[in-house]
Design a protein around this ligand. Structure first.
Ligand SMILES: [Zn+2]
Length: 256
């Protein structure tokens, strides 16, 4: 396919590739877009499950943790798909500047991208943190506490309330990660957006920053996005498969 070759050429000409991923990138790993119909949000009221209510109400905290328990049971055994492996290949070729992701599943790290190169704009499900002392706990450990009967798991150090290390509705976006994502986006020479409909801000601003700073922009998504008109190339295919084909082409060209 002509577009696949064209994107492979762009990668070969680039030194700093930023890969930006959204929920669509993980669906090929069997992780549902939790906000889609049939997702956990159908069983819980998103209007209620916000940060302010979590702080305010023990009842909401129990609901919130019940919801996250279901999410965790869905994602904990999920495996990286060919798209994640393709991104890791870019890193191994020395092409990857960083990954910026809206996903909280930790699959880029599971696929071998070093933790320090993954900027998680919406936090991570792999950890929970104490709202009082800031102590962090691996999510699996907190799951065990819930299985032992804690409806709202507590901090072992200070008995404070634990919260999943994801960004809740109404919670401030992580400033350091957002600034770092903006900096990386403005400094890259190629920005590959994959599996995001590019509507949630500030995440959706990153391809715009990249493009305005002179990078080339490629959008992989099953359906059209709000930034397609800015892109040099748009590929409306399954993102993992398409990116994997691109990276295979790059590898072949490097061997020629
Ligand atoms: Zn604590």
């Amino acid at each position: 396919m002509e577009q696949i070759d064209a994107v492979a050429d762009m990668i070969l000409q680039s030194d700093k590739v930023v890969v930006f991923t959204g929920a669509g990138f993980s669906t090929e790993s069997g992780i549902p877009d939790f906000r889609s119909p049939g997702g956990v949000w159908d069983k819980f009221d998103p209007g209620e499950m916000n940060y302010q209510n979590f702080l305010r109400s023990e009842e909401i905290r129990e609901e919130y943790w019940r919801m996250h328990k279901m999410m965790w049971e869905t994602i904990r055994d999920a495996q990286p798909n060919i798209g994640h492996h393709a991104v890791t290949d870019l890193h191994n070729m020395g092409k990857l500047d960083c990954v910026i992701t809206q996903n909280t599943d930790g699959l880029h790290q599971k696929a071998g991208v070093p933790e320090e190169l993954v900027i998680e704009l919406h936090g991570t499900m792999q950890w929970a943190g104490c709202l009082d002392c800031g102590q962090r706990y691996p999510r699996a450990q907190v799951h065990d506490k819930m299985l032992a009967g804690e409806k709202v798991p507590q901090c072992d150090d200070c008995n404070g309330i634990l919260k999943p290390a994801t960004i809740a509705f109404g919670q401030m976006m992580p400033q350091q990660e957002t600034r770092e994502a903006e900096r990386r986006s403005s400094g890259c020479d190629l920005f590959l957006a994959a599996g995001s409909s590019l509507v949630v801000y500030p995440a959706a601003q990153m391809p715009v920053i990249a493009k305005n700073s002179g990078a080339r922009l490629v959008i992989f998504n099953l359906t059209p996005t709000s930034h397609d008109h800015r892109a040099d190339i748009v590929i409306n295919e399954k993102t993992g498969e398409a990116l994997s084909q691109v990276v295979a082409r790059v590898k072949a060209r490097l061997k020629e």
